[in-house]
Each structure stands twice: as structure tokens, then as C-alpha cells.
Ligand binder design. Structure first.
Ligand SMILES: Cc1cc2nc3c(=O)[nH]c(=O)nc-3n(C[C@H](O)[C@H](O)[C@H](O)COP(=O)(O)O)c2cc1C
Length: 324
């Protein structure tokens, strides 16, 4: 497939595996990149900037294809040395970075001086336009349906993508609840030049998370997500479980603050979920694409299937619908 995004990033297929805190490690990133997509490791999954360099080296030992690192800039309980992480990303030698969260202005000069292509993820057109003026090369448009931070505007991609097509000059990719070939074809039709997926890649062979989490993605439906932290204007779409129900209850109680909730959302709970497979032990981001996840393929099987199905639709189904 050929789009401005495949050309710019040097990848065979316009399919990106978005940064995933704790999940986005070298093996998954290398598998996605070897399969023709763009694999992304998540810098903040590593405890120190130096570990990012080692993780990229590990990925490099598994693939000679382009790989990227995600840097998510969000308010955190413990302050994060973002500039140091950005410098470590440059030192690692990757040529593509995905930024997300707040405005990436503070790290842009570090990446641009190193000739790095920056994909910035946003949930609104105004943020996308701002990112464009900051010099971001590609925008990842995360619709309201996405896993994780959905923003506060609640605009889904059926509307955000054509708005992006009207208002952006740089290429953009669609992100949020995507997982199959029909959706890739639709995203391209709406003006995107590729897709970004998170939840779908959780349920792949090369993803290191516990089999129980992968099977939860297979069993889950489009209804199994819960929005939390709305009142705190930090809305996040998570896999619905005992803890997100508790969080949602606290969120709807105006007497409660983040202090009352943070023990439930703490990252320190993640090992019980991802390593031990205890599905009610903590929270993790997921989207309603679970309704479209029916198996746990390798990244190569998944990407080939998505590309084959999209190609069939673009070549056959759609042309048959318009007069010659
Ligand atoms: C388990 C998980 C963890 C994630 N962590 C991050 C993160 O640390 N930084 C980030 O920018 N996006 C993160 N995301 C969002 C993804 O990169 C991607 O934008 C999102 O998953 C797209 O929606 P989808 O899951 O419906 O495909 C995460 C997603 C998941 C599923």
C-alpha cells in the first residue's frame, strides 16, 4: 500500500501500533515492524531514560525495519524528566517518535534537531492544527471511541476524520476502535492515510501480557468499556471491571477528589493484571473494538488480514457501487 504516511515513515503498510504504557515493549514493536507496520515502544514503560536506549537496542536485534518510541506528556503523580527521555530517544537512534498527551512544544526542538519525524496524537482538530504549526509531521487523530485518554470533546472519528481532511495539510492517521480491513478502507475513504491501533494489538501472540488479558479482549464486546475521570477532565476509556465500576461511582460523587481514587488507578496495580492475569486487580485502557476481536493472531497474520480485506473492498466492493 502507498500513502504519504508509508512513504514518510518507510513502512510497507499504513498501520501503526500506538504507544501502550507497560505493554509497548521491544518484542511487540519489532513484530509489528517486521510485519510491515510501525511498531512503537513506550518510553515511560522504562524506569529510566537509559533503559529506553537498551530497549531500542533490543528491538533492533529483532528487526531492521523502522521502529519508533512514544513519549506521553501528561500530569503524573511522580514528576517525569521528559527532556531527558527525549534526549535518550534521540541517542537511541530511532528516526520516528510518537508524542501524546499535552502540547509537545517542549520536546519538539530536541526531536527536530535530530531529524526525527514526529507523529502527534490528538483528540481534537484544534490540537491537531496546533501540532501542525509546531512542526509535527503526521497527526494521529484519536476519536472519542479510542482506548485511554479520549479528551473532553466526545467527537467520534466519523466526524473528526473528514474535519481533519478539510483543515490539516500534513497527513493524518485514524485512531480509535480500529481492528479490521473494513475500518482501514473506511479510514482511507474519510481522508486518513493510515490507521493506529492499540487494543487490537493487545490480543496478539507477540504481546507479552498474560493470556487472561488477551482472552478478555476476545470475549469483550463494544459495551465493555468504562469512561472514568470525566469530572476531573481527564477522561479515560478503560476495560470495564470491578475497579472501573468503583472509579465511576467515585467520579459521580462530587465530594470525592482524585486523592480518593488514585489508589485504584495506580500503575503499581498493573503487574497483577498484565503479569498474573488478575482481571479485577487494576485498570488498563481498552476500546470497544473488543467487539471485533475474535482471535489472538500473530502481528503478521493480523496485519496481512487487515491489508487483504481493505484491498478487496477498495478494489472490488466499492468500484462495483459506482457507474462505470
Ligand atoms: C493498554 C493500553 C495502554 C496505552 N497507553 C498509552 C500511552 O502510554 N500513551 C499513549 O499515547 N497512548 C496510550 N494508549 C493509546 C494507544 O496508543 C492508542 O492511541 C489507542 O489504543 C487507540 O485506540 P484503540 O485501542 O481503540 O485502537 C494505550 C492504549 C492501550 C490499549
Amino acid at each position: 500500500m502507498k500513502t504519504r504516511v508509508t512513504e514518510m515513515l518507510g513502512i510497507r503498510y499504513p498501520i501503526v501500533c500506538g504507544g501502550m504504557m507497560r505493554v509497548g515493549r521491544a518484542k511487540l514493536a519489532a513484530a509489528v515492524s517486521n510485519a510491515g507496520g510501525l511498531g512503537i515502544m513506550t518510553a515511560l514503560s522504562l524506569p529510566t531514560p537509559d533503559e529506553v536506549i537498551k530497549e531500542v537496542e533490543l528491538a533492533r536485534s529483532m528487526t531492521d525495519q523502522p521502529i519508533a518510541v512514544n513519549l506521553t506528556i501528561l500530569p503524573t503523580i511522580t514528576p517525569v524528566p521528559y527532556e531527558e527521555y527525549a534526549k535518550a530517544i534521540v541517542a537511541s537512534g530511532v528516526k520516528i517518535v510518537e508524542t501524546a498527551g499535552n502540547n509537545p512544544q517542549r520536546v519538539m526542538p530536541i526531536f527536530k534537531e535530530a531529524g526525527i519525524k514526529v507523529i502527534h496524537k490528538c483528540t481534537s482538530i484544534r490540537h491537531a492544527k496546533k501540532a501542525e504549526t509546531l512542526g509535527c509531521d503526521i497527526i494521529s487523530i484519536d476519536g472519542f471511541e479510542c482506548a485511554g485518554h479520549v479528551g473532553e470533546d466526545d467527537v467520534p472519528n466519523m466526524l473528526l476524520l473528514p474535519l481533519a481532511a478539510e483543515q490539516l495539510s500534513v497527513p493524518f492517521i485514524a485512531s480509535g476502535a480500529l481492528g479490521n480491513g473494513r475500518q482501514l478502507a473506511a479510514a482511507l475513504a474519510l481522508g486518513a492515510e493510515g490507521i493506529n491501533m492499540g487494543t487490537r494489538f493487545l490480543a496478539t501472540v507477540e504481546c507479552w501480557v498474560h493470556e487472561n488479558v488477551k482472552q478478555a479482549m476476545v470475549r469483550g464486546t463494544e459495551l465493555d468499556t468504562q469512561l472514568v475521570f470525566r469530572r476531573l477532565r481527564n477522561s479515560s476509556r478503560l476495560f470495564k471491571n470491578a475497579i472501573t465500576k468503583e472509579l465511576a461511582a467515585l467520579d459521580s460523587d462530587p465530594t470525592k477528589t482524585f486523592e480518593d481514587m488514585k489508589h485504584l488507578a495506580a500503575g503499581s496495580r498493573s503487574p497483577a493484571v498484565f503479569e498474573k492475569g488478575e482481571l479485577d486487580a487494576g485498570v488498563w485502557s481498552s476500546s470497544g473494538v473488543m467487539g471485533l476481536i475474535h482471535d489472538v493472531p500473530t502481528c503478521a497474520e493480523l496485519i496481512e488480514r487487515i491489508v487483504a480485506d481493505a484491498t478487496e473492498i477498495i478494489r472490488k466492493r466499492l468500484p462495483a457501487m459506482v457507474a462505470a
